[in-house]
Design a binder for this molecule. Sequence first.
Ligand code: FNR
Length: 382
Amino acid sequence: MKVRKAASAIDYRTLAKRRLPPFLFEYIDGGSYAEVTLRRNVADLEAIALRQRVLNDVSQIDLSTDLFGQTLALPVALAPIGLAGMNARRGEVQAARAAEAAGIPFTLSTVSACPLDEVAAGTRKPFWFQLYMIRDRGFMRDLLEKAKALGCSALVFTVDMPVPGSRYRDYHSGLAGAPGMMGAMRRVWQGAMHPRWAWDVGINGRPHQLGNVTPVLGKDSGLEDFFAWMRDNFDPRVTWRDLDFIRAIWDGPLIIKGILDPDDARAAVDVGADGLVVSNHGGRQLDGVPSTAHALPAIADAVDGRLTVLADGGVRSGLDVVRMLALGAKGVLLGRAWAYALAGGGQAGVAHMLRLVEAEMRVAMALTGCTRIAAIDRSILV
Ligand code: FNR
């Protein structure tokens, strides 16, 4: 796919809006309820002022960092995004390749379009796998064992979705809600009005399935079956004790994603997690909770280095990455930023977006007087 290049990482949102059928664009772009938390994530991060420092030698800036035993080119990973494979032909493989080339981890969602083995076959380096708690523990066990056998280098266990948040845009756009044929016809019509997407994904990007879930959903399942499966199978009974089940199967790095409160962060330390992600699911779950930029400093203080704190939510630039690091994160997950870039330009779009993020980080570090990632801390905040 030829890339019409975006001038900044967030410009890919505009390209994505043009290229995707609305049911897919609104799915990425939207949050839950009135989208207050979604807006807060972006606004609170943007409002963080950095201290400009001058006349330091910033000729050598090292962006590399060690996370969970891996050396990364940037303190950044691609967050798990469900259905991302529908944004470009076999989209998760394309994004994973871009992440690999940039020297950062890609996280494959449980509910990705491409299954674990397809992404493993399309890449050379290990990627991370994200898991939800699912009622059928046998299915979970199979997925964990598969991720282990394929060499996934970390497990991201998402805990902020015992029940799905209400995302009203999905009802308006035709992704969810409209029963059976009606919904399917709306989506086909939207696809037909976006011929570039229709050719790239609609026709040449098949099969349109949730690759990891196909064994239980069946090959002929549609989107309605997927949403029904999520409603019926995400396990609302999950508690901290269920971490034992995961630990018994998964002995690699375990990262708990969806922590927003210092008490939960301390509980994550107590269960022996290696890391946590300060996250409100990009404002897609409980609307009204604080932004992650707001929640992060108290959580970093609470865990006090006993596990690795990552953060996501509203990160749209390299500057935002530096802000999250200054607030106490050791690494930052990019969510919508890569989903937009994938829709806007496929693998090349994600690679370009990551180069923009890196360039922005370099400028931010140079002008705050930081030449190493470890030097970024609260002292660079006004
Ligand atoms: C997500 N997120 C998510 N998280 C997860 O653990 N598993 C998943 O399958 C998904 N799916 C998903 C789909 C879409 C379209 C979005 C936008 C988000 C949440 C994601 O990993 C991350 O926490 C947020 O995207 C971070 O916020 P920003 O960067 O998008 O603002």
